[in-house]
Design a protein around this ligand. Structure first.
Ligand code: ADP
Length: 256
């Protein structure tokens, strides 16, 4: 699977009123790669993840995931806006972890993880349970499976959210500043789990983060955004040690 194109943004423009948030954006992510988006606040990074989750639609351009158009479908040789069914199918390949965890507060930890595999993928309760228990072990929360989210720390809740996203076996995991709502002492535990996943699975990751040492550890490629465009990209080594673009140097100088 490695090396094949999984995500492609083709001339994508997204505006909010007069604010051009993504400007004729082109980029691609190959299967199995871990790509980190960096750049100043407001440069459009989260908008990219929200477009991939179909929480937003592009004003112009197309997005493909695994060769399938995300927001369009082909009918009689023509590209038309995608219907709900098509969007749901393509989206099954995409998992996302949000800043604010977004767990179901009225469900215990185990049920948070089994809910979508049972209801969306049609797994039996037993299959979903086995999958969830394996994932809880991976994120180090086996002993907490019968608790409600409110009984867990923020870091533990975020690890449940990671397990919940992985339970759908998505091809790509989107991570949107997943540690920025956490108390500082809880950040490392979450990043350790993500490092482990990055190093031991073949899942593709697209990650928005301000944790530069984490980005350096897990990324194959780092993309620097500024005003809705990728102004520079490269290996973490190149981007963090010897960036070409003055704006990248200025940004990293301020955050490192
Ligand atoms: P980043 O993740 O790089 O900080 P975002 O993608 O969150 O940037 O935001 C890019 C720009 O889009 C910002 O100027 C933000 O104010 C604007 N924006 C994001 N979401 C909305 C929205 N739902 N409505 C209006 N403006 C938005």
């Amino acid at each position: 699977m490695d090396g094949r194109e999984l995500i492609r943004f083709d001339r994508v423009t997204k505006r909010f009123g007069d604010n051009v948030v993504l400007d004729d954006l082109e980029f691609r992510v190959d299967s199995g790669k871990h790509v980190t988006l960096i750049g100043p606040s407001g440069s459009g990074k989260t908008t990219i993840l929200r477009l991939l989750m179909t929480l937003l639609k592009p004003d112009e351009g197309t997005i493909t995931v695994g060769g399938e158009y995300l927001t369009h479908e082909e009918k009689n040789g023509k590209l038309v806006p995608a219907g709900e069914k098509h969007i749901r199918e393509v989206r099954k390949n995409i998992g996302m972890v949000f800043q604010q965890f977004n767990l179901f507060p009225n469900m215990k930890v185990l049920r948070n993880i089994t809910e979508a595999p049972v209801n969306v993928l049609g797994l039996s309760k037993e299959e979903a349970d086995t999958r969830a228990r394996d994932l809880l072990e991976l994120v180090g929360l086996t002993e907490h499976m019968d608790k409600y989210p409110s009984q867990l720390s923020g870091g533990q809740q975020q690890r449940v959210a990671i397990a919940r996203a992985l339970a759908m076996r998505p091809q790509v995991l989107l991570l949107d500043e997943v540690t920025s709502a956490l108390d500082p002492e809880l950040v490392a535990g979450v990043l350790d789990v993500l490092r482990d996943i990055a190093h031991t699975t073949d899942i593709t990751m697209l990650c928005v983060t301000h944790e530069m040492s984490f980005a350096r550890d897990i990324s194959d490629d780092v993309l620097m955004f500024n005003e809705g465009k990728v102004i520079e990209s490269g290996s973490p080594d190149k981007m963090f040690n010897d960036p070409d673009h003055p704006r990248t140097r200025e940004f990293l100088g301020a955050v490192l």
